[in-house]
Each structure stands twice: as structure tokens, then as C-alpha cells.
Ligand binder design. Structure first.
Ligand SMILES: Nc1ncnc2c1ncn2[C@@H]1O[C@H](COP(=O)(O)OP(=O)(O)OP(=O)(O)O)[C@@H](O)[C@H]1O
Ligand SMILES: [Mg+2]
Length: 289
């Protein structure tokens, strides 16, 4: 086994800390593991610029899938195509299919708001609604969905905050502004907000890059726990993080056409210890990027 420098021992330790993740990482394309999301020949443009070229991959349910690759290779663009957030960009366009429970989210008649409820998103910078309290931040999506009962909202806020491992820290401060929390707490608040509407998949775009190491570890632990209920996709620049938290890793790279291509997609441990593609090996051993 080649040592690519991504500390397999650290990864093993992480897996021991999370017995649910023990054993074989899922084969991304194995029939045994249900695909929560199937991406087929997906290309994405900004105007005439092709940003992501012909990506196909299956995201296994109840697992953490990491997306790595150098800056500008299309990681954020790709995940934003999964829940139709890409189309918020001017002149944005998508070709290909994203199948959620076998239904293409780009089919005519599909409500993009419903897609975004089923596939939630957490961003790089914690972004609580600045004027809302902690509880109101978590409840915001529920109100948007038309939930009116105060009792139900209260229950679901509490459940979401518990799932986001924030409840114990904020239970007595629910009326305080969300932005009064620390950065790490704000990010968990945003995770609670995403969870509250009961999504199936949660996309996280570099969720720890604005956080200190302690807050980062908390979010990583949280992700492993959340994978028991949800399917998590995380974009990260931090390869140790990908090795620690993910079951499968996808490596993307910008091609000579200037667009992002999927180079290799395999169980995390294999990708980091026995990369099949020379470009993956060069990247994970720090030769570029
Ligand atoms: N809103 C936009 N309008 C036009 N081009 C964009 C837009 N967002 C991204 N791009 C371009 O698409 C390509 C892919 O960008 P993207 O943000 O997806 O990369 P990334 O892998 O997430 O990078 P990073 O690691 O820096 O976040 C880049 O060339 C970028 O300049
Ligand atoms: Mg990005």
C-alpha cells in the first residue's frame, strides 16, 4: 500500500470513533447501497462558459460523500445543480439528469422549491438570518412551508437543534439573535435550519472553512451522526477532513477545456491509499492544487 500522506491511521481512528461507519466504505456504484441521488451526464454552464463537463455519479444513501479538487474545478457548481440552485446564477444552464428517487429534478412540472426542501444546503460562511432569533432561524423554513401550529413549530425546532448538537448550548437562549452565537454555533444553527424542513439530502459547501479546529471537529462529528438519517455531500479543500468524515470521495479537476471533470470516485479509503488515476495521486500527495 502506497502512503499518500493522508494519514490513514487518523482516518481509522475516526472510523473507530464512529462505529456506524466501520467496515467497508460503500462502493459508490454498487447495487447493494441505495443511491440517494443519481447524477447522469451532467454539464453546467454560466452563459457560454462550461463549468462542469459530463459528470456522472451515484451518491449512496445514508453516507457522507466528499467532493475534493483544486479551486475553480466546479465543485460548488456541481452540488448546486443537485438542488437546482445553479439556476439562480444569471444565464445558468444545465444539461443531463439528476435523479432523486428515480425522478429527474429537471423534469418539467417539478417544483424547484420542493427540490430544495428535499435537498438542503449549508454554506461556507454561517449565514443565519440576522434579524431572527435562534428559534426563528430554525423555524424559518417551516413557516415558509406553511406550518402554523406553534406547538408543532416548537417541537420541530427542538428536534432540529438536538440533531444539530446545539440544543444543550442554546435551550435557554432561544429568543436571542442567531447572530449572537459563535461561528461554530452559527454553523450548527444553519445545519438545524436545513434539518428542520426534513430534507433527505444535505449539501455542505466547505462548511468548516470559516471555523476554528475545535468547531470543525464538532461539525465533523455531527456529520457522521447525521449520516445515519440523512445523505450528506460535503465539498472540502481539506483532504484530512475528507478522509476523516467521508465514506466515498469524488476528485474533480479542471480539464484543458477549462471545465471541471470528475476524475475519480471511489470509497474514501481506497482513493486516498490506492488512487487509480495519476492526477488523483498528484493532487492528494500535494504536487499541485
Ligand atoms: N456565478 C458565476 N458566474 C459565472 N461564472 C461562475 C460563477 N460561479 C462560478 N463560476 C465559474 O465556474 C467555475 C467553477 O467554479 P466553482 O465555484 O464551481 O468552483 P469550485 O471548485 O467550487 O472552487 P472553490 O474551491 O474556489 O470554491 C469557475 O471558473 C468559476 O469562475
Ligand atoms: Mg466552491
Amino acid at each position: 500500500m502506497r502512503n499518500t500522506g493522508i494519514l490513514p491511521t487518523e482516518q481509522d481512528a475516526a472510523r473507530e470513533r464512529h462505529p456506524a461507519a466501520a467496515g467497508q466504505a460503500p462502493e459508490p456504484d454498487s447495487q447493494a447501497q441505495r443511491a440517494a441521488l443519481r447524477v447522469e451526464n451532467l454539464s453546467a454552464w454560466y452563459g457560454r462558459k462550461l463549468a462542469v463537463a459530463d459528470v456522472s455519479l451515484d451518491i449512496a444513501a445514508n453516507s457522507v460523500t466528499a467532493l475534493i479538487g483544486p479551486s475553480g474545478c466546479g465543485k460548488s457548481t456541481l452540488i448546486r445543480t443537485f438542488n437546482r440552485m445553479h439556476e439562480f446564477a444569471p444565464h445558468a444552464r444545465v444539461e443531463g439528469r439528476v435523479l432523486l428517487e428515480g425522478v429527474n429534478v429537471y423534469d418539467p412540472g417539478i417544483d424547484p422549491a420542493r427540490v430544495r426542501q428535499r435537498i438542503g444546503m449549508v454554506f461556507q460562511k454561517p449565514n443565519p438570518f440576522p434579524t431572527l432569533s435562534i428559534a426563528e432561524n430554525v423555524a424559518a423554513g417551516l413557516r415558509f412551508l406553511g406550518v402554523r401550529s406553534r406547538a408543532e413549530i416548537g417541537d420541530r425546532v427542538e428536534t432540529a437543534l438536538k440533531l444539530a448538537a446545539l440544543w444543550d448550548e442554546v435551550r435557554n437562549d432561544l429568543k436571542k439573535p442567531g447572530i449572537a452565537l459563535s461561528g461554530g454555533q452559527q454553523q450548527r444553527l444553519c445545519i438545524a435550519r436545513a434539518i428542520a424542513v426534513e430534507p433527505e439530502i444535505i449539501l455542505m459547501d466547505e462548511p468548516c472553512s470559516a471555523l476554528d479546529p475545535v468547531a470543525t471537529l464538532k461539525i465533523e462529528d455531527l456529520m457522521r451522526g447525521l449520516a445515519e438519517r440523512y445523505t450528506i455531500v460535503i465539498v472540502t479543500h481539506n483532504m484530512q477532513q475528507a478522509a476523516r468524515v467521508s465514506d466515498a470521495t469524488a476528485f474533480m479537476l479542471m480539464g484543458e477545456d477549462g471545465a471541471g471533470h470528475l476524475i475519480e470516485y471511489r470509497p474514501t479509503q481506497e482513493l486516498f491509499t490506492r488512487p487509480q488515476d495519476r492526477r488523483t495521486e498528484d493532487y492528494i500527495t500535494g504536487r499541485f492544487g
